[in-house]
Design a protein around this ligand. Structure first.
Ligand code: 3H9
Length: 697
């Protein structure tokens, strides 16, 4: 039961928040804090109060599990509790460790002083959940640190280290060693000084000189980052109340905006993503206590763009990694790319030179497979060719230590076939990274028929350790992500054959919230990749996702996208902006003619449906086949691997918002007109009929 642990030390009451896993401020915890606080304030033996957190952290904010409750915003609220703390006549001190986030930080802002253990991370991440700080954060944080730094924290949503928070004036002191003992001593001193409590709501020195234009300027600067999102603007609106309204009114306005955001579709979607991401880490038949191997050293086979990016992930996480290439020249080329990547981060001020050197120092190269022998995990990232991969795995089988994990970065090939090249298929797993592998957060971990629980547990744990979001999927052509991508891009190509132009399709998808449309994406990734996949499938006719006559013709012209300066679009030298190309438009019209299609006007709504519904339909098949464990896993794959707009919650969540019946009806119509590839998934048909959803499965 959520509650407060209460003790008394040297006349100082210590209230320790205790509500695992993150001391979320649930109703029961709020009530318990208020009850103890009132008793301590009434007790003449108590000189001061310290609020601390049990377990791993001070407090992760409001208990989001309560947000679904329609009565959440009513009754005894966190703002009421914080007002009680701030109004207290005795000093109240927050002693923070681990994390102080959201409502947790707001609780601390209401205290009269804030202490933190070094390394504590603090912030207002509400915006990432589609809401704003709703317990005074927008009014108290700027009073402590100034408007611009507060805008950065509240609108940015990232947690900042206590050291920076200390420099900004958010944290009064950093406490080395025993935090609570330090806080009790601090509280004793403040009480002995007998000065009036320092209430954040009364501070105005950091905001007195602020100019109202600061908000308009900030809004202008955030347009790109906040595209399609409502909460970042709501945050700025709420903070703006600081300069126009008395404290109590500004607080009431903040509350109204918070409640409005909480009820919004965007917030529901973003909260779904938060929980889906955490759920994805759990594999029902591989319990949390499954022994996982510790990864102290890694090796990557292949130092191309993918291999180099994968190696950087290990180096960034402090794990030494050996990169193995067939030739010195390739190794040197790969290393130069890695160095360039790090140097670019340093030049942007996001990494120190010393840290870059340390990371580079963890990456060593070799041209001998034997040098992968002592690695705890080896990730193969060679060319996408089954014979080559099988050869690599057969060699790894001979050279790697007995308990090593042997992973493949294949994006489409059969992991079972690759595993069969070894004598230890239980140690073989897919770890599908997304390009650029040092940036994209998704790791699609592919479980083969014989992959052991220990191997799965090791790789899922590793994903988190190297800052990735790991999702476990099963074997099929393209796994979850690329299989759905085929359905999506095939429709995009069909639309162009039927009458649309690439720039029209791309605009619709961009406006929906993707970072770019399918054609700009192809040009960025390189058209030769898809061309090779299509050739490998050797499909013909129009009844396969692996047929695209226009794309083939563009490749035959030597236009492979950005890297050759032309693809579906043309590019000016040194510029990555896609420009519509009359030559391609003429080619499209001519191929349509060759296919016997009379081109027609295609509306934006049809484009969106034709691109998204078949993608969702494929997701339903994947779910039914058990390739993905949960609909939420598919959402996570598409958000972190393909840029599906987070504010729509991922394709499967979005489908439920649109209505499965609507999607099923549209798919049935498309199937009647366009044939086999668009046949509604049986699961979609069943759920639409039952009126239930993917989340109910
Ligand atoms: C808010 O505060 C609103 C206020 O402004 C106004 C109110 C009036 N509630 O991430 P992890 C669960 S909004 C409930 O793996 P880590 C999570 O689902 C909130 N549950 O740990 C998982 O459960 P399970 C603003 C929560 O150590 C478990 O805890 N706060 C909450 O890597 C472990 O999570 C935020 O936005 C919660 N608030 O990271 C912070 N938070 O084990 C959200 C987590 O069953 N939380 N859980 O899967 C985080 O960013 C990270 O969890 C945190 C710890 C950094 C705290």
């Amino acid at each position: 039961m959520a509650g407060v642990r209460h003790e008394r030390r040297d006349g100082v009451a210590v209230l320790t928040l205790d509500n695992p896993p993150v001391n979320g401020l649930a109703l029961a915890l709020r009530a318990s804090i208020a009850e103890h606080l009132e008793a301590d304030l009434a007790d003449p033996e108590v000189r001061a109060i310290v609020i601390a957190g049990a377990g791993r952290m001070f407090c992760g904010g409001a208990d989001m599990r309560e947000f679904g409750d329609p009565t959440y915003a009513e009754g005894s609220t966190l703002p009421d509790l914080i007002d009680l703390i701030e109004s207290a006549p005795k000093p109240v001190i927050a002693a923070m460790h681990g994390v102080a986030a959201g409502g947790g930080l707001e609780l601390a802002l209401g205290c009269h002083h804030r202490l933190a253990a070094p390394g504590t991370r603090l912030g207002q991440p509400e915006v990432t959940l589609g809401i704003i700080p709703g317990a005074g954060g927008t009014q108290r944080l700027p009073r402590l640190i100034g408007i611009e730094p507060a805008l950065d924290i509240i609108v940015g949503g990232a947690l900042i280290p206590a050291e920076r928070a200390h420099a900004q004036g958010l944290v009064d002191e950093l406490v080395d060693g025993d935090l609570v003992a330090g806080a009790v001593a601090f509280a004793g001193k403040v009480a002995a000084a007998g000065t009036a409590p320092r209430r954040t709501r009364d501070l105005d020195d950091k905001i007195a000189a602020a100019k109202p234009e600061v908000f308009a300027d900030f809004r202008k600067g955030m347009a790109r980052r906040a595209r399609g999102l409502k909460a970042p603007y709501a945050c700025v609106d709420a903070i703006e109340g600081l300069l126009t309204l008395p404290f109590a009114e500004a607080l009431a306005r903040e509350r109204r905006i918070f409640v409005e955001c909480l009820a919004s579709e965007q917030s529901k979607a973003l909260r779904h993503v938060f929980f889906a991401e955490r759920q994805a880490a759990k594999v029902p038949d591989v319990p949390a206590d499954t022994p996982a191997r510790s990864i102290e050293a890694a090796a990557v086979i292949g130092c191309g763009t993918m291999g180099g990016g994968i190696a950087m992930n290990f180096a960034n996480a402090g794990i030494p990694v050996r990169v193995i290439e067939a030739e010195e020249l390739a190794l040197a080329r790969g290393r130069a790319i890695i160095e360039r990547n790090y140097a670019s981060t340093v030049s942007k001020g996001r990494l120190s030179q010393a840290e870059m050197d340390a990371r580079l120092g963890r990456i060593t190269g070799s041209t001998s497979f034997e040098d992968a022998g002592d690695a705890d995990i080896v990730i193969e990232a060679v060319f996408e060719d089954m014979a080559l991969k099988m050869d690599v795995f057969a060699r790894l089988d001979k050279t790697c230590k007995a308990d090593a994990v042997l992973a493949t970065n294949t994006s489409t090939l059969d992991v079972n076939e690759i595993a069969a090249a070894t004598t230890r298929p239980e140690a073989v797993i897919g770890t599908h990274f997304f390009s650029p592998a040092n940036v994209m957060r998704l790791m699609e971990n592919v479980r083969g028929d014989k992959t052991s629980h220990e191997t799965i547990a090791t790789v899922m744990k590793l994903s988190k350790k190297i800052g990735k979001v790991g999702v476990l999927v099963g074997v099929c052509d393209g796994f979850v992500g690329n299989r759905m991508l085929y359905a999506y891009t095939h429709q995009a190509h069909s639309l162009v054959e039927e009458g649309a132009l690439p720039q029209q399709v791309d605009k619709v998808i961009y406006d929906f919230g993707f970072p770019m449309g399918p054609f700009a994406m192809h040009d960025m990734a390189g058209l030769d990749v898809g061309w090779r996949v299509r050739k490998a499938h050797g499909a013909s006719g129009r009844d396969s996702v692996h047929v695209s006559p226009i794309a083939d013709r563009i490749c035959e012209m030597g236009r492979f996208g950005q890297k050759t300066g032309a693809g579906w679009y043309r590019y000016e030298p040194g510029n990555r902006t896609p420009l519509a190309d009359p030559e391609i438009e003429a080619l499209i019209v001519s191929v349509s003619g060759e296919l016997g299609i009379s081109r027609r006007e295609i509306g934006d709504e049809e484009i969106l449906e034709r691109c998204l519904y078949p993608l969702i339909n494929e997701g339903a098949k994947i779910l039914e086949e058990g390739i993905a464990l949960r609909a939420g896993d598919i959402d996570v794959v598409w958000i972190y691997g393909y840029g599906f707009p987070r504010q729509h919650g991922g394709p499967m969540f979005y489908a439920e918002r649109v209505g499965l019946e609507t999607i099923h009806d549209a798919m049935s119509r498309l199937y009647d007109t366009h044939g086999r590839l668009l046949q509604p998934a049986p699961l979609l048909a069943r759920l639409a009929k039952e009126g239930t959803g993917f989340a109910d499965l």
